[in-house]
Design a protein around this ligand. Structure first.
Ligand SMILES: Cc1ncc(COP(=O)(O)O)c(C=O)c1O
Length: 474
């Protein structure tokens, strides 16, 4: 690409962050202007830094263009400019949200931002416990660690479509994790769950609200009813799907009802670094009962003496945590409050509409097979290539994936149970639980999580058409 073309592209779509950051940096510098001047050591000189940054920019070219609407593969989307600028601004201070003396302002901002997230689930400040974590995995680890403290020696159940880390986390915590079968929509089978509950010794059920593979939402309402009968903790893993309650009216039944019940969980994990427009390094765990804080109680000989206020390190398993992550989240939620009908919710709704339209087109085209159980629950679309047998379908998915990427359309591949594509499986009722281990087939998958995807659906579809023609004829 010539320098002129690059300059034209940049002019067409300028990145607002550098100028926003320049302005905000001046404001921040003014806040500390009273301090005497000092000479910085080891800055290497601007020219040398600029040279290295040029190298960095060139090296970063070796990536899929996650920010672009033609990237429609994995759960990846760019942080909002306000989050990028706020994160970079906070880097000037580099606060650490372990103890107050590592980050006073950013600790307060974390508490406020987390309260904003909890409010989405109907939880009020002072009536829950929660904090940010460096990832969804660490957030789930904290939730399962607390679960193990509440009922030591009891089993953890999660569906076979629950995120793979639940099994690993349980192994690290020395808790017994058992997979529960799913139905043909990838939701936890209530029948299979009850079989396990009758066997007893269940401490916690992990309910996934938005599975990683297809965005399936486990039947939370029914699982909460089972909690009344059998007595166990309900941990909701909404790392991916947690924000969809803001557009519950756009979801089908029974997904909508599941979102309405989320506040009844004992703990919730949600990842602002997935659908919350944040840079990586931002997960969040919430506990409905603030008394869970007692399990975190520990002494630190170095840190907790400077303030009598709560230090977030006192209620978190991690020690150092990026204060900048809290600053970025706070700034994003100030600009885009987590409200039904607000700008943020409208962005989610656009991705959801794109997914429904994509799924509709796939169902009308004989070359593809959509899920037998019905349309997507959130904004993730999966489909199988129609072929003589599962092996041929898997190969065709792989070659279509490659043919798409040569057209700058980036999708993802996923291994799914073959039975999910059986049209006879279209009833809401579970049939998978009793079928035993069915065969798997490699499918195409698209996470339409950027608001721009709605506008770009025709361009995505055109490229998929050309790619599947090329792959089929090869
Ligand atoms: C449902 C679910 N839970 C947990 C995780 C793990 O989160 P992280 O990658 O932030 O550790 C993911 C990641 O995709 C997920 O989709």
């Amino acid at each position: 690409m010539s320098a002129t073309v690059i300059a034209w592209l940049v002019a067409m779509n300028p990145d607002p962050v550098p100028s926003l950051l320049g302005r905000a940096t001046e404001v921040l510098d003014a806040e500390f202007a009273r301090l005497p001047d000092y000479e910085r050591v080891a800055d290497s000189g601007e020219e040398a830094i600029a040279g290295v940054l040029d190298d960095v920019a060139h090296r970063l070219r070796d990536n899929y263009p996650y920010f672009h609407p033609l990237y429609a593969g994995q759960m990846l989307k760019p942080p909002h400019p306000v989050a990028r600028a706020a994160y970079a601004l906070a880097m000037k201070i580099n606060p650490n949200n372990h103890a107050r003396d590592g980050g006073r302002a950013s600790s307060e901002m974390e508490i406020e931002a987390v309260a904003g997230i909890a409010a989405m689930f109907g939880w009020k400040s002072g009536e829950f416990l929660g904090h940010l974590t460096s990832s969804g995995t660490i957030a789930n680890l904290e939730a399962l660690w607390v679960a193990g403290q509440v009922s030591p020696g009891k089993r953890i159940l999660g569906s076979e479509q629950a995120h793979y880390t639940h099994g690993r986390i349980s192994a690290v915590l020395k808790l017994d994790f058992k997979q529960v079968a799913t139905d043909n929509r990838g939701r936890m089978s209530l029948e299979a769950l009850e079989v396990e509950l009758r066997q007893g010794n269940v401490g916690t059920v992990v309910v996934t609200m938005g599975t990683t593979a297809i965005g399936a939402v486990d039947p939370l309402v029914e699982i909460l009813a089972l909690r009344e009968r059998y007595g166990f903790r309900v941990h909701v893993d909404a790392a991916y799907g947690g924000y969809f309650g803001l557009i519950a009216d756009d979801l089908d039944s029974p997904t909508r009802q599941a979102y309405g019940a989320i506040g009844g969980a004992d703990s919730i994990v949600i990842d602002p670094h997935k659908h919350g427009l944040q840079p990586y390094g931002c997960g969040c765990v919430l506990f409905r009962d603030p008394a869970m804080g007692r399990f975190y109680k520990h002494e630190s000989p170095y840190t907790y003496f400077t303030s009598s206020q709560l230090h977030l390190g006192e209620i978190s398993l991690e020690c150092s945590r990026a204060g900048a992550a809290a600053v970025a989240l706070w700034a994003t939620q100030r600009l885009l409050p987590l409200e039904r009908g607000g700008e943020f919710a409208k962005g989610l709704a656009k991705g959801r509409r794109a997914a429904l339209e994509f799924d509709r087109r796939l169902r009308e085209d004989a070359r593809f097979e959509a899920l037998g159980g019905g349309r997507p629950e959130l904004d993730i679309v999966v489909w199988k290539m129609r072929a003589a047998d599962p092996e041929a379908a898997s190969e065709l998915a792989q070659s279509t994936f490659i043919a798409c990427s040569t057209r700058d359309l980036h999708l993802a591949l996923v291994q799914l149970p073959l039975r999910w594509f059986d049209p006879a499986a279209s009833s809401e009722k579970s049939s998978g639980a009793n079928e035993g281990k069915a065969g798997l087939v490699r499918c195409l998958r698209s996470v339409l999580m950027k608001p721009e995807h709605e506008q770009w659906l025709d361009a995505i579809w055109e490229r998929l058409m050309a790619a599947s023609r090329e792959a089929t004829e090869a």
